[in-house]
Design a protein around this ligand. Structure first.
Ligand SMILES: [Zn+2]
Length: 440
């Protein structure tokens, strides 16, 4: 549709088009100079380039969409794994905390036993002191008893046995013996009591020492259990560390995917921006093309309003490769004129006069005849023919005005290079076109 619009434009090489487009496509004076001589087809090329670039952008955007989708999938997976490791770490935390409680409880039991042992040892120590005191008392007692006996009998320079054997009289003996016996009996009883007390205390110490041994053994058992708990805790902490390492790994993966997605999204944004700018440029080109079309139509109306027959191609194309009439190269007559100027290929062909299209032949045999061609009936027996076209823009039966773009110059049919073969006929008989058109 657009192409057709573009093709309906008068050849505009004669117009110096200053492309005052706002998109900054003309950046240097050199480029500006070359672009200023641009034709609609140059603009059309630029439009096509922009469209091609936007097509590439669309392809890359589609690729980025799938990259992002893929990375998001991987990111979700990493997130899921990360959450799992976090749950596991929490669970280990719970187990370790539980283990710490158990260890503390053991410690409290051990402390209680240690306190018991310490108490018992203090008791043993106290009892030991008691025994020492009792023994000292016993010795003191024996010593005192000896002194008493000594005082009683040794003051008279008689020892106890002498006292007993050398009593001067029975009464004296009785008195002395009775007293001695009393003292002796009292002392013996006292000594027996002391011995009993020592023996009892020693027994108590033995009992306490047994208790201490038992407590110590219990404490060792508890400490072994505590060691076991510590070992288990260490095991849990190792496992938790491993899980933490995994968690860090998944966290890194997650961040990598995030950053990749972010990069892709930045690229998408950049491409979208470029696409937007390209679209704006394209719109500016299209607007410029429209402006040129209008300008060209106005010019052509002004130029040919009064003319009888119009030059059938752009006025800057006026090199005639073959004239009407006898042609030695052909070895026969040439039924029209061939206009084959440089750069003519693809340019517009104009209806030389108003009329009805009676032939618009698109199908042709390469190398033969007129190729794609058009015949317009102008009435009163007059008709014109336009041969070797690259494209036809009209259909049979169509009414055309003078100057309407009807096709594009080409090299179809029997042709060795791009040119327009133009004929003027009266009642089907070819005339010299220069009898009707004027060389520009
Ligand atoms: Zn010809």
């Amino acid at each position: 549709m657009k192409r057709k619009t573009v093709k309906k434009i008068t050849q505009l090489a004669s117009f110096a088009i200053i492309l005052g487009l706002s998109c900054g496509i003309i950046t240097s004076s050199g480029k500006s100079a070359s672009v200023s001589a641009s034709s609609v087809s140059d603009l059309e090329d630029m439009l096509a380039q922009l469209e091609e670039r936007n097509q590439q952008i669309d392809n890359e955007l589609a690729g980025l969409d799938s990259e992002i989708a893929e990375n998001e999938k991987l990111q979700d997976l990493a997130w899921e794994k990360l959450q799992n490791t976090k749950d596991t770490i929490d669970y280990y935390n719970y187990l370790i905390s539980y283990q710490n409680d158990a260890i503390a409880e053991k410690q409290s039991e051990i402390d209680t036993l240690s306190q018991n042992i310490s108490d018992k040892e203090a008791e043993i120590s106290a009892k030991q002191t008691d025994i020492d005191e009792l023994k000292a008392e016993n010795e003191e007692n024996l010593k005192r008893f000896g002194e008493i006996v000594h005082a009683m009998y040794v003051t008279d320079n008689v020892d106890i046995f002498s006292v007993l054997s050398e009593s001067s009289d029975i009464y004296d003996l009785l008195v002395r013996t009775k007293l001695f016996v009393n003292i002796s009996q009292q002392n013996t009883r006292f000594m027996d009591e002391l011995k009993q007390a020592i023996s009892d205390t020693e027994q108590k110490i033995k009992d306490l020492e047994n208790d201490v041994a038992q407590l110590d053994s219990d404490r060792n058992t508890l400490m072994a259990e505590q060691d076991e708990l510590e070992y288990e805790k260490q095991d849990l902490e190792n496992k938790q560390s491993e899980e933490q390492a995994l968690s860090n790994q998944y966290s890194n993966e997650y961040n990598q995917y995030s950053s990749a997605i972010s990069n892709y999204e930045d690229r998408q944004q950049a491409l979208e921006n470029e696409k937007k700018i390209n679209k704006e440029e394209a719109e500016a080109y299209e607007a410029e093309i429209q402006r040129m079309i209008q300008e060209a139509q106005q010019n052509s109306q002004q130029e040919y309003e009064a003319g009888e027959w119009m030059w059938p191609v752009g006025r800057n194309f006026h090199y005639i490769t073959t004239y009407f009439g006898y042609d030695p190269w052909r070895g026969g007559s040439h039924s029209g004129i061939d206009i084959g100027d440089g750069g003519i290929n693809g340019t517009d062909i104009y209806a030389s006069k108003a009329g009805t299209v009676i032939k618009a032949k698109n199908d042709y045999i390469p190398g033969y005849s007129y190729g794609k061609y058009i015949v317009i009936d102008h009435g009163d027996g007059y008709s014109t023919l336009y041969g070797h076209c690259s494209a036809l823009y009209v259909y049979e039966g169509q009414q055309v005005n003078q100057g309407d773009v009807i096709g594009a110059v080409g090299s179809t049919g029997w042709s060795t290079g791009p040119h327009l073969h133009f004929e003027v006929r009266i009642n089907g008989i070819a005339q010299d076109p220069f009898g009707y058109v004027t060389l520009p």
